[in-house]
Design a protein around this ligand. Structure first.
Ligand SMILES: NC(=O)c1ccc[n+]([C@@H]2O[C@H](COP(=O)([O-])OP(=O)(O)OC[C@H]3O[C@@H](n4cnc5c(N)ncnc54)[C@H](O)[C@@H]3O)[C@@H](O)[C@H]2O)c1
Length: 437
């Protein structure tokens, strides 16, 4: 690698990464040449998938060769948007056709959550590098299977929590880790949003352009209903993880990063429900979850995280719509999602304020640098699994309305016959159903 390229890479990949571990010694032999364009396939070019396309077409060392969507109208629009040098990519409604193509080196997966793990595991097993949207999984078991698939394939698996590659977040984390606010034992995370009422509806025929059978994939087959469709599937247990897994997961990820915990919590308490919306949404619109870690870190201290969510509040808290407040023995560090951060010393003395936004392009560049160099990315699947599991555990504790005890090693909920089965799900017989679920 040329020295300037290596320096750029260290800036985007190395500095962002908490684990710059090589994927394996052998994977170096198989990595992409420095001058070669990386061929990419997009699976699920809907809302976020279209953002990826817009960002990918600006990168000269990347070529979008395939797009795949089960909605023919979205597929046709995506092909147009993904055109580079006057050429549109190939299109398919079946991800297996994209994955069997040997020219595709990497895939971006931006389907609804219930397809993240099935599609990622198929892609990794087909030898592709994977960039998968957050939350990485629909349930805890799937996240573990994704880690196993990534390690088995020795491929990069980056999760779409772009804060991990955003310079202002990396600086804030470095300062916290170096003791800017003393020892940090506790963090408060909030998600305040104004979402909309999805109404109450009855099943109907799916739109003619939608392959509903494969939109459902390996999830249980239930009839099509318009308020479970594009973009709003996230409020349904079969397909999403509520707003905790939607916007909340970004800040939960920053919270574990700052708190320096690298295991799951052992105890989770929660309360919440539908306090505001009178509609079909299955997830809470109002939710408070407390996570507790027993004796972790270099000082062997207990650590705590509090997550608060209200999705009917059109205003910010402390200047930030979503964010984390890290409480240290000498001060407080507030990190806003996509908005910057503020550092306070003792007696609320404001020491420093930084503004800015999350950097999706930097997260892409980190991914491609890792593909080229055979190392683990900034939001490696193991990191993504930790943050996604917080959403799943928080939602489970809210559903059963009691304190749950979790074994971080076996990833099982202890002594609770209602909560324990919720670390996994039931699947229907479908080609996308992952082995081992
Ligand atoms: N990183 C971020 O900041 C960010 C922001 C928004 C959304 N997201 C994530 O992106 C993902 C997509 O969210 P969205 O709001 O764009 O959803 P969406 O419903 O708008 O788009 C999903 C697309 O996937 C397609 N799809 C479904 N099943 C498919 C299959 N089997 N094969 C191919 N395509 C399939 C759908 O037809 C649709 O076009 C979610 O996981 C969400 O959490 C991330």
């Amino acid at each position: 690698m040329q020295e300037s390229t290596r320096r750029d890479f260290m800036k985007t990949a190395g500095a962002a990464s908490v684990g710059t571990a090589a994927l394996s010694a052998t994977s170096y032999a198989a990595v992409q040449g420095a001058n070669e364009r990386i061929n990419v396939g997009i699976i699920g070019p809907g809302g976020m998938g279209s953002n990826h396309i817009r960002t990918l077409v600006t990168q000269k060392d990347v070529r979008i060769t395939h797009v795949c969507d089960v909605d023919r109208l979205r597929l046709a629009a995506a092909a147009k948007n993904a055109a580079q040098d006057g050429r549109e990519p190939a299109t398919t409604g079946d991800m297996r056709r994209l994955l069997e193509n040997k020219d595709v080196a990497a895939v971006f997966i931006a389907t609804p959550d219930h397809w993240h793990a099935p599609a990622s595991i198929l892609a990794l097993d087909a030898g592709k590098h994977v960039y998968v949207e957050k939350p990485c999984s629909h349930n805890i078991r799937e996240g573990r299977l994704m880690i196993e698939a990534a390690r088995r394939a020795r491929k990069v698996c980056q999760v779409g929590t772009q804060s991990r590659s955003t310079e202002m977040n990396m600086t804030a984390m470095r300062m916290i880790h170096e003791g800017a606010i003393g020892e940090v034992l506790s963090v408060r995370v909030w998600n305040s949003q104004l979402r909309r009422n999805i109404g109450r509806m009855k099943p109907s025929d799916p739109p003619a352009a939608l392959d509903y059978e494969n939109w459902i994939g390996p999830a249980p087959m239930i009839p099509y209903q318009a308020n479970r469709g594009h973009g709003i599937w996230r409020w349904w247990h079969h397909f999403g993880a509520g707003d905790m897994g939607n916007d909340g997961v970004h800040d939960l990820d920053v919270a574990v990063w700052g708190l320096q915990v690298d295991t799951h919590p052992s105890t989770i308490a929660a309360l919440g429900g539908k306090y505001f919306f009178d509609d079909d949404q299955e997830f809470p619109d109002t939710q408070t979850v407390i996570f507790d870690w027993p004796s972790v870190g270099k000082n062997n201290r207990k650590k705590q995280m509090i997550f608060e969510q209200r999705i009917w509040t059109p205003y910010k808290i402390g200047g930030y719509e979503n964010g984390c407040a890290f409480f240290g023995t000498n001060g407080m560090f507030i990190v806003g999602h996509s908005e910057g951060w503020r550092l306070y010393g003792p007696r609320n003395k404001e020491l420093k304020t930084v503004t800015g936004g999350a950097n999706l392009l930097a997260h892409h560049r980190n991914f491609f640098a890792c593909v080229r160099n055979g190392i683990r990315p900034a939001a490696d699947i193991e990191i993504g699994h930790l943050a996604s599991s917080l959403c799943h555990l928080g939602n489970i504790a809210t559903r059963v309305r009691r304190v749950i005890n979790f074994n971080p090693k076996t990833e099982e909920i202890l002594n609770d016959k209602d909560a324990a089965p919720m670390v996994r799900r039931t699947y229907r017989d479908h080609w996308g159903r992952p082995r081992g679920v």
